[in-house]
Design a protein around this ligand. Structure first.
Ligand SMILES: [Cu+2]
Length: 162
């Protein structure tokens, strides 16, 4: 009994020294899809201010039936998208979702997205935290990115893994 108490006290002394993992989401936006599309891509930066890696276990939104995090890989000269599993935000680091790379895929849009409106989503962590995200819908059709290349058209890429 006494030993148990000692161990418990020792654990309680150690635990507060680990800073609680804190995930923040920045620059969240969704690219306005063509009118007939039933998918849209979203982008954001996940930042982890904690001492431990954090796994993102899911994302939900009323805007799409099946939201997924995807990575983009080159395979045989073609760009492919794959479901990203697991989604890990490194300790004291960031996980970027940007055009042409990792992205959030909103599969099965439940309604028409409008430029300037916001997609509300909830991102869940393995620790059971829910993070609310408001992603602005942006119309990028006329835009080019700063490198001078035309931004990658999502519709040209092929999905696999689902
Ligand atoms: Cu995708």
């Amino acid at each position: 009994m006494k030993i148990k108490l000692v161990i418990m006290s020792a654990l309680m002394l150690i635990m507060p020294s680990l800073a609680a993992a804190e995930i923040t989401i920045e620059d969240a936006w969704v690219r306005l899809p063509p009118p007939v599309a039933d998918t849209a891509a979203g982008y954001m930066v996940m930042r982890n201010s904690g001492d431990q890696d954090v796994e993102i276990t899911g994302v939900t939104t009323d805007a799409a039936k099946q939201p997924e995090f995807h990575s983009t890989i080159e395979h045989g000269g073609m760009m492919h998208m794959m479901k990203m599993e697991p989604v890990i935000v490194p300790a004291h680091g960031e996980l970027h979702f940007g055009t042409g790379g990792n992205h959030l895929m909103l599969i099965g849009l439940t309604g028409e997205l409008k430029a300037g409106s916001h997609v509300m989503m909830t991102i869940k962590t393995a620790e059971g935290k829910n993070i609310m995200v408001h992603a602005e819908v942006r119309d990028m059709r006329a835009d080019k990115d700063h490198s001078g290349h035309k931004t990658m058209d999502h519709g040209d890429m092929q999905h696999r893994g689902h």
